[in-house]
Write a protein that binds this ligand. Structure first.
Ligand code: SF4
Ligand code: SF4
Length: 288
């Protein structure tokens, strides 16, 4: 039987902030967006083995073997110098994991879990692995009770969603802006695919929540929140919205000139959404 592999940046065996309940979270490497406000920019690129990061790795955790960069986790001091220097926002500290390997890890922790979330990067870029993993979980009597969620920017075409949705329980869909020009500015990509994904997921009953990042003076303006309310209403019924607050942690480039989003500003937006009765509104527990 086919056992697809994924390039994995990180695997967390427990998280309470990546979907409902206690979740194992798999962060896949590679993203088709280039978000100015990305908190994990080293997950965007896919390593091309150029070797530029080898000289900055003082403990020699990185070596070139047969033209490929090899990473030795036992030697790594997690200084992040390699990801800081990488010219394509990639990371050499990734590993290839097969569906069978991930399933074995989930089994080891299943007792404590509500489900798993596959995040990124952009999880749907490794669609073959993702669908095979979710299908394998559904067919495994020890794991079929766990929910299968994806955290996504929505840039997957209708055919891709048609493959994924039958084996997936829910999606957390990031919408960076609802103005097409601003969305292009903030992500480097068009907005329409993400909006189409929201409608597809909603119609299939698989839209767990919309996630909206509030950046002061950029995405929190009253007219933008009105557009968010109008779009959410247009989906029909109630839709949960999670408001995220822009912070500087992990961010690179010109977005560091933007001020962090404060609690009072988030609560003001949350109050507007609640008054509009679009659905449950979740706000950050911490502002770091
Ligand atoms: S992680 Fe970046 S710098 Fe290092 S080898 Fe890969 S592409 Fe080159
Ligand atoms: S984070 Fe690890 S692999 Fe990267 S430069 Fe530092 S020690 Fe080397």
């Amino acid at each position: 039987m086919s056992n697809p592999q994924a390039t994995v940046n990180k695997l967390l065996t427990w998280s309470s902030v990546d979907g409902p309940g206690n979740r194992l979270v798999l962060f896949l490497q590679g993203c088709n967006f280039a978000c100015a406000a990305c908190h994990n920019p080293y997950t965007i690129g896919v390593c091309n083995d150029c070797g530029d990061c080898l000289p900055v790795c003082e403990p020699r955790a990185l070596t070139m073997q047969g033209g490929r960069v090899k990473f030795d986790a036992d030697l790594c001091t997690q200084c992040d110098k390699c990801t800081d220097i990488c010219p394509i926002s990639a990371s050499p500290m990734v590993r290839r994991m097969s569906v069978d390997q991930v399933i074995a890890t989930i089994r080891d922790h299943a007792h404590f879990l509500t489900g798993i979330t596959v995040s990124g990067g952009e999880a749907t870029m490794q669609l073959k692995f993702l669908t095979a993993l979710f299908a394998a979980m559904g067919e495994d009597p020890a794991l079929s009770n766990l929910t299968r969620f994806v955290d996504t920017n929505g840039h997957l075409g209708a055919k891709g969603w048609a493959r994924l949705m039958p084996v997936m329980d829910g999606a957390m869909l990031d919408i960076k802006a609802l103005d097409p020009a601003l969305h292009r500015d903030l992500t480097g990509q068009e907005l329409d695919k993400t909006l189409r994904a929201a409608r597809l997921l909603k119609d299939a009953g698989k839209l767990f929540e919309l996630r909206y990042l509030l950046v002061p003076g950029v995405t929190d303006k009253p007219d933008q929140i009105t557009t968010l309310i109008d779009f959410t209403r247009s989906l029909g019924g109630q839709t949960r919205i999670r408001l995220n607050a822009f912070q500087h942690h992990g961010v690179r480039g010109h977005a560091l000139d933007w001020p962090p989003m404060q609690r009072a500003g988030v609560e003001a937006v949350a109050d507007r959404l609640r008054a509009a009765d679009t659905g449950e509104v979740a706000t950050p527990a911490l502002y770091l």
